[in-house]
Design a protein around this ligand. Sequence first.
Ligand code: MG
Length: 249
Amino acid sequence: MVILKSARDLSVMREAGRISSGALHAAGRAVRPGVSTLELDTIIREYIEKHGARPSFLGYGGFPASACISVNNVVIHGIPGKDQILRDGDIVSIDTGAFYKGWHGDNAYTFPCGNVSEEAKHLMETTQKALFEGISKAIPGNRIGDIGAAVQRYAEARSYSVVRDFVGHGVGAKLHEDPNVPNYGTPGHGVRLLPGMVIAIEPMINAGSRRVRVLEDGWTTVTADGRLSAHFEHTVAITSKGPVILTQP
Ligand code: MG
């Protein structure tokens, strides 16, 4: 069931989104060779708590950290650790959620660590642009398939592949709500978009094959071929005035 949000709900969700975004980019500024992913996780948790919120992911389904930090061939759901030290040339996907006054904000960004390859840069740029292609379709009257199709078209035209085993989602009082928001699809198909819907659009784009597998820890999701993957996400409200990104500083 899709839950519509009032203007009042959206104003609080914007606060949750601001905190989530602030935490994400505070961690991003700390990405450099020699830093552990656990240090980034600590920055995120402290930022979120300092702003009166709590990390949405901590304990979610048993997840043991405040953020998902996914390096290089890790697609999503990487678990931060003190022994995971970033190296020059890594790409670091960080996904943060903040729960504030009853509402979640959810966003992700892939940061370069030091000097990254041209291939990695192009993958990151393409994934971010694919996200904005998707966001541009998040308008009343369109359907979920219009968003997915836009993301897919943009990424596949650049010879990348779209992860299908994981998708975006509705966001609200719960971190994951209806509807599912795949990063692939057919224009004109799927749930119709209405003002008051809030969705997380989150393309996960692979340099190689779209196939992924989950490691034995039950979380860490890697590309099956070992190649790079990037992940960008915003929480977006659908309004009569067009898409409104709630996860902004
Ligand atoms: Mg999400």
